[in-house]
Ligand binder design. Structure first.
Ligand code: TTP
Ligand code: MN
Ligand code: MN
Ligand code: MN
Length: 350
């Protein structure tokens, strides 16, 4: 993986018209981060930093080598002067690692760390297991998952779930359910027709994947679901059902067609992020609606609260006027309770 820098960055022109940039981008990891930042600044009326990010991305695209140690402040033409943006860039670079949140990113930045190699070389930094696998599989899991790969993972999960519980219910959710062609992970809901058996199913599925040798990482969270609680007013990112955040090994041979990087091609497999959530079956519709996600889901909750005096989250729907929970077995039931026309998942990419 180590490649050397043939020429110092300072010799690279700040003008794209003096650089040769092919479609082969050796620094996609960084240029993606820059482009995300550029976009986020575009809507903030901040032409300066936005332009600087786009220029910096463009510089990186022209390099015929992969930057190993991105010391933005010193090296990059077009960015040095925007110190706030550099902090943001580095924070966004750090948080792009699975297991690294904004707090850790800030802590590392305050310690003077500016690059992945700084972090990995710093002896006083203790990486937890999640962060270790985040770094280990960084290249793979920061590359988008295709529909064909999601399908292949669906087959693997389907086989495992039904080997354990023949009448188990498995549904693809998240971005792929909304019809997206690519995602950052693949999300599934698993449950059992028999109430109370769902959590055991999830732990058995994890065991099975482990025995198959394809479980590269597993963060399991047991259920803390309390059915007497009202749905929350605030938007909460996490729900209380049993769930796991996985990294799975997907063999090329299991994927129909599909493209991979040269390195993955040699290896014959790639690492993929997979999320499984396991609600009790009587909460399945709420979870499905919640995990199908996007801005749509947030506004559905806001609509329920503001227009209907109802509280909606991944667990339940509560009518504050009638002071009662409203049951639902399908998403259509929930839309009907809210007095809304049903909207298909592929029409929810808000
Ligand atoms: P993501 O997988 O983060 O998003 P996505 O599938 O829409 O997009 P991508 O293609 O990038 O993967 O989350 C899917 C949904 O799951 C999102 O709306 C948030 C929801 N979710 C919960 O509701 N509760 C949880 O505990 C977690 C972890 C996610
Ligand atoms: Mn900024
Ligand atoms: Mn997803
Ligand atoms: Mn997810």
């Amino acid at each position: 993986q180590v490649s050397t820098t043939p020429t110092p960055m300072s010799t690279v022109s700040q003008y794209a018209c003096q650089r040769r940039t092919t479609t082969q981008n050796n620094n996609k990891i960084f240029t993606d981060a820059f482009e995300v930042l550029a976009e986020s600044h575009e809507f903030n009326d901040m032409e300066g930093p936005c332009l600087a990010f786009r220029r910096a991305a463009s510089v990186l695209k022209s390099l015929p080598w992969t930057v190993q140690n991105l010391r933005v402040t010193e090296d990059l033409p077009c960015l040095g002067e925007h110190s706030m943006c550099v902090i943001e860039l580095i924070a966004s670079l750090f948080t792009s690692v699975f297991g690294v949140g904004p707090k850790t990113a800030e802590k590392w930045y305050r310690r003077g760390l500016r690059s992945f190699s700084d972090v990995l070389a710093e002896p006083s930094i203790h990486l937890n297991r999640m962060q270790q696998s985040g770094f280990l599989h960084y290249g793979d899991i920061s590359r988008a998952v295709s529909k064909a790969e999601a399908q292949a993972l669906g087959n693997i999960i389907d086989e495992a779930v039904h080997a354990i519980t023949p009448d188990a219910i498995l549904t693809l959710t998240g971005g792929f359910r909304r019809g997206k062609d690519f995602g950052h992970d693949v999300d599934f809901i698993v449950t059992t027709p028999q109430l109370g058996k769902e959590e055991r199913l999830l732990t058995s599925v994890i065991d099975r994947l482990k025995h198959q040798g394809i479980l590269l990482y597993c963060e399991y969270q047991a259920s803390t679901f309390d059915e007497s609680k009202l749905p929350s007013h605030r938007f909460e990112a996490m729900d209380h059902f049993a769930k796991c955040f996985l990294i799975l090994r997907l063999e090329d041979s299991q994927v129909d067609g599909g493209l991979q990087t040269a390195e993955e091609d040699r290896r014959g497999w790639r690492a993929v992020r997979v999320d499984l959530v396991s609600p009790p079956v009587d909460r399945y519709a709420f979870t499905l609606l919640g995990w199908s996600g996007s801005r749509f889901e947030r506004d559905l909750r806001r609509f329920a609260r503001m227009e209907r005096r109802m509280l909606l989250d991944n667990h339940a729907l509560y009518d504050k006027t009638k002071k009662e929970f409203l049951a639902a077995t399908t998403e259509k039931d929930i839309f009907a309770h809210l007095g809304l026309e049903y909207i298909e998942p592929w029409q929810r990419n808000a």
